[in-house]
Write a protein that binds this ligand. Structure first.
Ligand code: FPP
Length: 251
Protein backbone atom coordinates (compact mmCIF):
# COMPACT_ATOMS: atom_id res chain seq x y z
CA UNK A 1 0.00 0.00 0.00
CA UNK A 2 1.19 3.53 -0.72
CA UNK A 3 2.27 5.28 2.51
CA UNK A 4 0.11 8.27 3.52
CA UNK A 5 1.94 11.60 3.27
CA UNK A 6 2.86 13.40 6.48
CA UNK A 7 0.94 16.43 7.63
CA UNK A 8 2.47 19.73 8.69
CA UNK A 9 1.61 21.58 11.91
CA UNK A 10 -1.40 23.26 10.27
CA UNK A 11 -2.86 19.93 9.24
CA UNK A 12 -2.19 20.71 5.58
CA UNK A 13 -1.07 17.81 3.45
CA UNK A 14 2.60 17.48 2.67
CA UNK A 15 1.70 16.48 -0.87
CA UNK A 16 3.38 19.86 -1.39
CA UNK A 17 4.46 20.38 -4.97
CA UNK A 18 3.13 17.00 -6.12
CA UNK A 19 0.66 17.30 -9.01
CA UNK A 20 -2.91 17.50 -7.72
CA UNK A 21 -5.75 16.44 -10.02
CA UNK A 22 -7.96 19.33 -11.08
CA UNK A 23 -11.00 17.09 -11.37
CA UNK A 24 -11.64 14.01 -9.22
CA UNK A 25 -14.67 11.78 -9.85
CA UNK A 26 -15.78 9.15 -7.34
CA UNK A 27 -17.83 5.97 -7.67
CA UNK A 28 -19.09 5.74 -4.09
CA UNK A 29 -19.54 1.98 -3.78
CA UNK A 30 -20.00 -0.28 -0.76
CA UNK A 31 -22.81 1.30 1.24
CA UNK A 32 -24.80 -1.96 1.10
CA UNK A 33 -21.85 -4.07 2.29
CA UNK A 34 -21.07 -1.57 5.03
CA UNK A 35 -24.66 -1.87 6.30
CA UNK A 36 -24.75 -5.67 5.93
CA UNK A 37 -21.64 -6.01 8.04
CA UNK A 38 -23.45 -4.19 10.85
CA UNK A 39 -26.82 -5.92 10.54
CA UNK A 40 -28.35 -2.67 9.21
CA UNK A 41 -30.59 -2.02 6.19
CA UNK A 42 -29.18 -0.94 2.82
CA UNK A 43 -30.91 2.42 3.33
CA UNK A 44 -28.93 2.85 6.57
CA UNK A 45 -25.80 2.24 4.52
CA UNK A 46 -26.77 4.97 2.06
CA UNK A 47 -27.43 7.33 4.97
CA UNK A 48 -23.94 6.66 6.34
CA UNK A 49 -22.58 7.17 2.81
CA UNK A 50 -24.36 10.50 2.53
CA UNK A 51 -22.97 11.65 5.87
CA UNK A 52 -19.48 10.90 4.58
CA UNK A 53 -19.84 13.32 1.69
CA UNK A 54 -19.33 16.55 3.64
CA UNK A 55 -15.90 15.60 5.04
CA UNK A 56 -14.79 14.33 1.65
CA UNK A 57 -15.66 17.59 -0.11
CA UNK A 58 -13.61 19.45 2.52
CA UNK A 59 -10.67 17.07 2.21
CA UNK A 60 -10.46 17.34 -1.58
CA UNK A 61 -10.91 21.12 -1.47
CA UNK A 62 -8.13 21.40 1.12
CA UNK A 63 -5.76 19.63 -1.26
CA UNK A 64 -6.63 22.03 -4.09
CA UNK A 65 -8.97 19.84 -6.14
CA UNK A 66 -11.25 22.23 -8.07
CA UNK A 67 -13.94 19.83 -9.36
CA UNK A 68 -15.37 16.87 -7.49
CA UNK A 69 -17.94 14.67 -9.21
CA UNK A 70 -19.87 12.10 -7.15
CA UNK A 71 -21.77 9.22 -8.74
CA UNK A 72 -24.85 9.12 -6.52
CA UNK A 73 -27.53 7.39 -8.63
CA UNK A 74 -27.15 5.75 -12.03
CA UNK A 75 -29.74 5.31 -14.78
CA UNK A 76 -29.57 1.59 -13.89
CA UNK A 77 -30.22 2.18 -10.17
CA UNK A 78 -33.97 2.57 -10.91
CA UNK A 79 -33.97 -1.26 -11.11
CA UNK A 80 -33.16 -1.56 -7.39
CA UNK A 81 -35.96 -2.41 -4.91
CA UNK A 82 -38.56 0.37 -4.70
CA UNK A 83 -37.79 0.97 -1.04
CA UNK A 84 -34.09 1.52 -1.76
CA UNK A 85 -34.80 3.86 -4.69
CA UNK A 86 -37.19 5.81 -2.44
CA UNK A 87 -34.54 6.04 0.28
CA UNK A 88 -31.93 7.37 -2.18
CA UNK A 89 -34.36 10.00 -3.51
CA UNK A 90 -35.23 10.98 0.05
CA UNK A 91 -31.55 11.24 1.03
CA UNK A 92 -30.68 13.46 -1.91
CA UNK A 93 -33.64 15.73 -1.12
CA UNK A 94 -32.65 15.94 2.56
CA UNK A 95 -29.00 16.54 1.72
CA UNK A 96 -29.81 19.31 -0.75
CA UNK A 97 -32.26 21.01 1.63
CA UNK A 98 -30.11 20.66 4.78
CA UNK A 99 -26.56 21.08 3.45
CA UNK A 100 -26.82 23.74 0.74
CA UNK A 101 -26.57 26.70 3.12
CA UNK A 102 -23.36 25.44 4.76
CA UNK A 103 -21.82 24.38 1.45
CA UNK A 104 -22.66 27.82 0.07
CA UNK A 105 -20.86 29.46 3.03
CA UNK A 106 -17.84 27.28 2.30
CA UNK A 107 -17.78 28.45 -1.32
CA UNK A 108 -18.97 25.22 -2.91
CA UNK A 109 -20.69 25.46 -6.28
CA UNK A 110 -23.27 22.71 -6.76
CA UNK A 111 -24.23 21.27 -10.15
CA UNK A 112 -26.39 18.36 -11.17
CA UNK A 113 -25.30 15.95 -13.92
CA UNK A 114 -27.86 13.62 -15.45
CA UNK A 115 -31.53 13.40 -16.34
CA UNK A 116 -33.76 15.80 -14.53
CA UNK A 117 -37.16 14.84 -15.92
CA UNK A 118 -37.59 11.63 -13.90
CA UNK A 119 -36.99 13.28 -10.52
CA UNK A 120 -39.99 14.41 -8.47
CA UNK A 121 -41.02 18.07 -8.94
CA UNK A 122 -40.09 18.69 -5.27
CA UNK A 123 -36.59 17.29 -5.75
CA UNK A 124 -36.20 19.22 -9.01
CA UNK A 125 -37.11 22.47 -7.24
CA UNK A 126 -34.68 21.79 -4.37
CA UNK A 127 -31.81 21.05 -6.80
CA UNK A 128 -32.58 24.11 -8.93
CA UNK A 129 -32.58 26.30 -5.83
CA UNK A 130 -29.19 25.06 -4.64
CA UNK A 131 -27.66 25.30 -8.13
CA UNK A 132 -28.92 28.87 -8.44
CA UNK A 133 -27.79 29.91 -4.94
CA UNK A 134 -24.26 28.56 -5.35
CA UNK A 135 -23.59 29.40 -9.00
CA UNK A 136 -21.00 32.12 -8.29
CA UNK A 137 -18.95 30.08 -5.80
CA UNK A 138 -15.41 29.20 -6.78
CA UNK A 139 -13.79 27.28 -3.88
CA UNK A 140 -14.71 23.88 -5.33
CA UNK A 141 -17.30 22.64 -7.83
CA UNK A 142 -19.40 19.74 -6.57
CA UNK A 143 -21.09 17.87 -9.40
CA UNK A 144 -23.70 15.39 -8.25
CA UNK A 145 -24.37 12.71 -10.88
CA UNK A 146 -27.92 11.64 -10.09
CA UNK A 147 -29.99 9.68 -12.62
CA UNK A 148 -26.78 9.73 -14.64
CA UNK A 149 -25.62 7.23 -17.27
CA UNK A 150 -22.66 7.69 -19.62
CA UNK A 151 -24.35 6.06 -22.60
CA UNK A 152 -27.56 8.00 -22.03
CA UNK A 153 -25.52 11.22 -21.81
CA UNK A 154 -23.90 10.58 -25.21
CA UNK A 155 -27.27 9.64 -26.77
CA UNK A 156 -28.97 12.82 -25.56
CA UNK A 157 -26.02 14.85 -26.90
CA UNK A 158 -26.40 13.21 -30.34
CA UNK A 159 -30.17 13.83 -30.28
CA UNK A 160 -29.62 17.49 -29.35
CA UNK A 161 -27.12 17.96 -32.21
CA UNK A 162 -29.49 16.34 -34.72
CA UNK A 163 -32.40 18.46 -33.60
CA UNK A 164 -30.17 21.57 -33.88
CA UNK A 165 -29.63 20.59 -37.54
CA UNK A 166 -25.89 20.01 -37.15
CA UNK A 167 -24.35 18.63 -40.39
CA UNK A 168 -22.12 15.49 -40.24
CA UNK A 169 -19.00 17.44 -41.28
CA UNK A 170 -19.60 19.88 -38.40
CA UNK A 171 -19.45 17.13 -35.75
CA UNK A 172 -16.21 17.19 -33.79
CA UNK A 173 -15.10 16.47 -30.21
CA UNK A 174 -15.62 20.03 -29.01
CA UNK A 175 -19.18 20.19 -30.37
CA UNK A 176 -20.12 16.86 -28.79
CA UNK A 177 -18.56 17.87 -25.47
CA UNK A 178 -20.61 21.06 -25.52
CA UNK A 179 -23.77 18.93 -25.51
CA UNK A 180 -22.75 16.65 -22.63
CA UNK A 181 -24.02 17.23 -19.08
CA UNK A 182 -20.42 18.13 -18.24
CA UNK A 183 -20.22 20.98 -20.81
CA UNK A 184 -17.68 23.51 -19.56
CA UNK A 185 -16.04 21.13 -17.06
CA UNK A 186 -12.55 19.70 -17.56
CA UNK A 187 -12.29 15.93 -18.03
CA UNK A 188 -11.66 13.99 -14.80
CA UNK A 189 -7.96 13.45 -14.07
CA UNK A 190 -8.59 10.83 -11.42
CA UNK A 191 -11.48 8.39 -10.99
CA UNK A 192 -11.71 6.71 -7.59
CA UNK A 193 -13.83 3.65 -6.92
CA UNK A 194 -14.36 2.44 -3.38
CA UNK A 195 -15.24 -1.11 -2.25
CA UNK A 196 -12.80 -2.87 -4.53
CA UNK A 197 -14.67 -3.47 -7.80
CA UNK A 198 -12.75 -2.83 -11.04
CA UNK A 199 -15.60 -1.53 -13.19
CA UNK A 200 -16.44 1.86 -14.72
CA UNK A 201 -20.22 1.19 -14.43
CA UNK A 202 -21.37 3.60 -17.16
CA UNK A 203 -19.69 6.58 -15.46
CA UNK A 204 -18.28 9.47 -17.53
CA UNK A 205 -17.59 7.16 -20.49
CA UNK A 206 -16.58 9.94 -22.87
CA UNK A 207 -14.80 12.11 -20.30
CA UNK A 208 -12.78 9.24 -18.73
CA UNK A 209 -10.73 8.61 -21.89
CA UNK A 210 -7.42 9.51 -20.21
CA UNK A 211 -8.37 9.53 -16.53
CA UNK A 212 -6.17 7.74 -14.02
CA UNK A 213 -8.06 5.05 -12.15
CA UNK A 214 -7.70 4.26 -8.44
CA UNK A 215 -9.54 1.63 -6.48
CA UNK A 216 -9.49 0.77 -2.80
CA UNK A 217 -11.19 -2.04 -0.85
CA UNK A 218 -12.41 0.56 1.68
CA UNK A 219 -16.22 0.84 1.69
CA UNK A 220 -17.56 4.32 0.90
CA UNK A 221 -18.83 5.23 4.41
CA UNK A 222 -15.30 4.45 5.73
CA UNK A 223 -13.47 6.42 3.03
CA UNK A 224 -12.06 9.30 5.10
CA UNK A 225 -9.40 12.01 4.90
CA UNK A 226 -6.54 9.51 5.12
CA UNK A 227 -7.94 7.62 2.14
CA UNK A 228 -8.18 10.87 0.19
CA UNK A 229 -4.46 11.43 0.82
CA UNK A 230 -3.62 7.87 -0.27
CA UNK A 231 -5.53 8.32 -3.52
CA UNK A 232 -3.89 11.68 -4.23
CA UNK A 233 -0.45 10.27 -3.40
CA UNK A 234 -1.00 7.39 -5.82
CA UNK A 235 -2.12 9.90 -8.48
CA UNK A 236 1.00 12.02 -7.96
CA UNK A 237 3.14 8.98 -8.79
CA UNK A 238 1.43 8.25 -12.10
CA UNK A 239 3.09 9.12 -15.40
CA UNK A 240 0.37 10.59 -17.61
CA UNK A 241 1.15 10.32 -21.29
CA UNK A 242 -2.23 10.76 -23.00
CA UNK A 243 -1.35 8.15 -25.62
CA UNK A 244 2.06 9.72 -26.41
CA UNK A 245 5.52 8.51 -25.43
CA UNK A 246 7.67 10.31 -22.87
CA UNK A 247 10.61 12.23 -24.46
CA UNK A 248 13.13 9.92 -22.70
CA UNK A 249 11.60 6.92 -24.47
CA UNK A 250 12.16 8.35 -27.97
CA UNK A 251 15.27 6.93 -29.69
C1 FPP B 1 -23.27 2.05 -4.08
O1 FPP B 1 -23.34 1.26 -2.96
C2 FPP B 1 -23.81 3.37 -3.81
C3 FPP B 1 -24.92 3.89 -4.43
C4 FPP B 1 -25.71 3.18 -5.43
C5 FPP B 1 -25.40 5.22 -4.12
C6 FPP B 1 -24.43 6.19 -3.55
C7 FPP B 1 -25.24 7.15 -2.82
C8 FPP B 1 -24.92 7.81 -1.72
C9 FPP B 1 -23.59 7.79 -1.09
C10 FPP B 1 -25.93 8.61 -1.01
C11 FPP B 1 -26.78 9.54 -1.82
C12 FPP B 1 -26.03 10.64 -2.44
C13 FPP B 1 -26.23 11.97 -2.24
C14 FPP B 1 -25.48 12.95 -3.07
C15 FPP B 1 -27.12 12.48 -1.20
P1 FPP B 1 -24.05 -0.13 -3.10
O2 FPP B 1 -25.44 0.00 -2.60
O3 FPP B 1 -23.96 -0.65 -4.50
O4 FPP B 1 -23.18 -1.00 -2.14
P2 FPP B 1 -22.89 -2.57 -2.28
O5 FPP B 1 -22.16 -2.76 -3.58
O6 FPP B 1 -22.04 -2.85 -1.09
O7 FPP B 1 -24.23 -3.25 -2.25
Amino acid sequence: MTPAPDKDANGASSLGAAPVPTHVAVIMDGNGRWANGRGLSRSDGHRAGTENIRRIIRAFAQHGVKHLTLYAFSTENWERPTEEVGALMELLGEAVRNETELLHKEGVRIRHLGRFDRLSPRLQRAIQKSVELTKRNTHINLNVAFDYGGREEILQAVRAMLSDGVRPDEVNEGLLEGHLYTAGLPDPDLIIRTAGEMRISNFLLWQAAYAEYYTTPTLWPDFGEGEVELALTAYAQRQRRFGRVAPAEVR
